[in-house]
Design a binder for this molecule. Structure first.
Ligand code: IMP
Length: 425
């Protein structure tokens, strides 16, 4: 029995969906442990391209069971759309997808509060995906939330109406109105609840622990990235839950001593959507080139992603917080064609050089200090063996491994499942 955790080490969009999909054959169960439809996990195979928001990325594996854990927040409307989008694949989703009774439900008024609260912040906005994530987690910790298991009880509508009244009172305190129609949202919401209720709601912590005891292999799938973690990310420009490894324990009900491998995913460069500090950001033609070549536009919101060089200080921090045991480097092909590449190896903060991520990245005047690498010009997207990679790229890989002291076991050279180099280390 064992449970591995797979998570992102930067500001999200590292390519977790591709990796989960590529490695699911080794697992019996894939379990999503936090976040909600703010995530967009893109999977490409056999000419198909599919973006998942709530459903775990193991759904395309014929054998695996997929679990949406208690740490996730679910928007019934987006869930219904995802289910409809998957109908073309002709597998019985109800057998393959189990949902925790304890996951929380995103309500129409959560989305309105999210949009209103962001709009009221003006220039200080977080850059939220506006999916209602923050307000739903606030009601969870405020002990007001509606959970998936409640939907099967007779009195959940009463609970819903009480919470809706509370939300409307809160909204009346804002001096602005967003362009969202509550009646329309509710109409969609209640129709979608009926689709959601056709699925099996389970006590997923019991199911997962029993499965472990019966020798099953589980992969815990994270969403967003470690630098968006509510405790350890670039607060307040973060999401509303623990995206780091502890989130797998609290979001699935599995104990830390059940975890074997922690697989950390990072891009060969860095991206970020939304506001907040980003020391190695390239606001120039190089950043623009990376955005275009890497197709760096949000899978959930379509927004331009901000692009920059790899930041090894931030990466090392995430590796330590998560106890990462192996690394997967994504989108390496995007860096082909550069004469030289830069990698941040320390920060200059007010004249002092440091390799520590400061308490408040936002208020510091951080100047990244870079090490320069020779680039490579070959197209590497068809390379299948490590020894066929350009020497300059192998030097880049070795330097990162040496710096962070964790092996890179997989190098992704394209979006398709097949464009993956597995390294034997
Ligand atoms: P929220 O979680 O939608 O409230 O967004 C909070 C911050 O996290 C914003 O900067 C978002 O752009 C960012 N964020 C949320 N989900 C993702 C994701 O899946 N990938 C990348 N950024 C995300």
């Amino acid at each position: 029995m064992s449970l591995d955790v797979l998570l992102g080490l930067q500001w999200g969009d590292e390519g977790k969906g591709k990796i989960v999909d590529a490695i699911t054959n080794s697992y019996d169960i894939i379990a999503r442990f936090q976040g909600g439809p703010n995530a967009g996990h893109t999977i490409k195979f056999d000419e198909h391209k599919h973006v998942l928001h709530t459903i775990p990325s193991g759904i395309f594996n014929k054998e695996a069971i997929n679990v949406i854990g208690n740490g996730v927040v679910i928007d019934p409307v987006i869930f219904k759309n995802e289910i409809e989008g998957l109908k073309q694949f002709d597998f019985d989703m109800r057998d393959k997808l189990l949902i925790s009774n304890k996951a929380h439900v995103i309500l129409p008024t959560h989305k309105i509060i999210d949009a209103t609260s962001e709009a009221s912040k003006g220039k200080k906005k977080i850059g939220s995906t506006l999916k209602g994530i923050g307000p739903t987690y606030m009601d969870k910790t405020g002990r007001n939330g509606i959970r998936i298991g409640d939907l099967n009880s007779g009195n959940w509508i009463e609970k819903y109406n009480t919470l809706k009244r509370k939300h409307l009172t809160l909204l009346s305190n804002f001096n602005l109105k967003v362009n969202l129609d509550l009646d329309e949202l509710e109409d969609d919401f209640f129709k979608s609840i009926e689709v959601l209720k056709r699925f099996n709601f389970i006590d997923s912590e019991e199911y997962l622990n029993n499965s472990l005891n019966n020798g099953k292999q589980i992969l815990a799938e994270g969403a967003q990235g470690s630098l968006l973690d509510i405790d350890f990310g670039t607060y307040p420009f973060v999401t509303s839950c623990n995206t780091t490894v502890s989130g797998a324990c609290s979001g699935l009900g599995v104990a830390p001593n059940k975890i074997k491998n922690v697989i950390g995913i990072f891009k060969a460069y860095t991206t970020r959507v939304g506001s907040g500090p980003f020391p190695t950001e390239l606001v120039n033609e190089i950043g623009e080139h990376i955005r275009k070549t890497g197709n760096e536009y949000g899978a959930t919101t379509g927004r331009d992603r901000r692009c920059g060089w790899l930041d090894l200080i931030a990466l090392k921090y995430s590796i330590i917080i998560n106890g990462v045991t192996e690394l997967n480097m994504m989108k390496t092909d995007v860096l082909s064609g550069f004469k030289s590449l830069e990698v941040c190896t320390s920060y200059n903060i007010n004249g002092i050089e440091t390799q520590t991520l400061p308490f408040d990245l936002n208020s510091e005047n951080i100047e990244p200090i870079f090490k320069t690498f020779k680039g490579w010009s070959e197209d590497i997207s068809k390379v299948t063996k490590e020894e066929d990679l350009p020497i300059e790229l192998l030097e880049y890989v070795s330097f990162i491994e040496e710096f962070v002291k964790v092996p890179i076991k997989l190098i992704s050279v394209g979006p398709d499942r097949s464009e993956t180099i597995y390294r034997i280390k």
